[in-house]
Design a protein around this ligand. Structure first.
Ligand SMILES: Nc1ncnc2c1ncn2[C@@H]1O[C@H](COP(=O)(O)OP(=O)(O)OP(=O)(O)O)[C@@H](O)[C@H]1O
Length: 235
């Protein structure tokens, strides 16, 4: 029986090794419905690997994932069945399709209707480009199309992988509003600290695969272990 406490996505003691490299070392995280949770850490800390575990691209050596208390054995092509959508680093769109068609690809969720694709483009401010091909658009617009593709499926969990990469401050401010108003659970991997600190309810900090801190933006900002991890990475 599931209880209020196990609603949402939970990672339990996830460990991933690539040969001799410990990419994730006993990582646990609870993501309750509606929360915006950031995952940060220096380069190589294991952030993308954690996303890949949730999406089923990487199988952990040990640990488990649960969704609303039930075991989740994720497979990349079945994520929509669980209401999970992910944007990719960069833009990753199909060149042979229009912007609208690219967004329709994200609509396999049972909860989504065909008109949701256009609505998601409108929400992301790129509906006027519906008939264009992604390659004709500037980078920032293509990133908006990528967000629309994920949002169109009306996911209950939206996973954003470095959405601010390559964007200017105005675009990042727009992105921050979109994330805050997403009305869904958000998992955010991002290097742009101001964005993470301004939108997240809770932040998990990884360093060399180990969880070194978990807390509110205020707690993370003043945590000496976090400062040390970033200073070490900069040295
Ligand atoms: N498929 C793989 N095979 C071998 N090693 C891998 C593989 N994927 C990731 N790694 C290694 O695992 C560690 C964690 O990598 P990961 O990409 O998850 O870090 P990250 O925190 O996302 O880094 P970045 O901020 O640079 O994107 C790194 O040392 C990386 O080289």
């Amino acid at each position: 029986m599931s209880t209020h406490d196990d609603q949402g996505l939970s990672l339990h003691h996830i460990t991933v090794r690539f040969g001799g490299l410990l990419a994730l070392d006993d990582v646990s995280l609870r993501v309750p419905p509606g929360r915006i949770v950031g995952i940060i850490g220096p380069n190589g800390a294991g952030k993308t690997t954690l996303f890949n575990v949730i999406c089923g691209f990487v199988t952990p050596q040990s640990g488990a994932i649960t969704l609303d208390g039930r075991p989740l054995r994720p497979r990349p092509h079945h994520l929509h069945r669980h209401g999970i959508a992910r944007t990719l680093q960069g833009v990753g769109q199909f060149g042979g399709m229009t912007v609208l068609e690219n967004v329709q690809v994200g609509l396999r969720s049972r909860r989504a209707k065909p008109e949701d694709a256009y609505e998601a483009l409108e929400r992301c401010g790129v509906a006027e480009h519906a008939k264009a091909h992604p390659a004709e658009l500037p980078y920032a617009k293509r990133k908006r199309v990528e967000l629309a593709r994920a949002l169109a499926a009306k996911p209950r969990i939206l996973m954003l992988d470095e959405p601010a990469g390559g964007l200017d401050p105005d675009e990042i401010a727009w992105l921050a509003d979109l994330i805050r108003d997403a009305g869904t659970t958000v998992l955010l991997v991002e290097h742009h600290m101001d964005l993470v600190m301004s939108v997240c309810d809770e932040i998990l900090v990884l360093d060399f695969g180990k969880p070194i801190a978990l807390g509110s933006p205020g707690e993370i900002r003043t945590d000496p272990k976090v400062a040390e991890a970033y200073l070490g990475a900069a040295a």
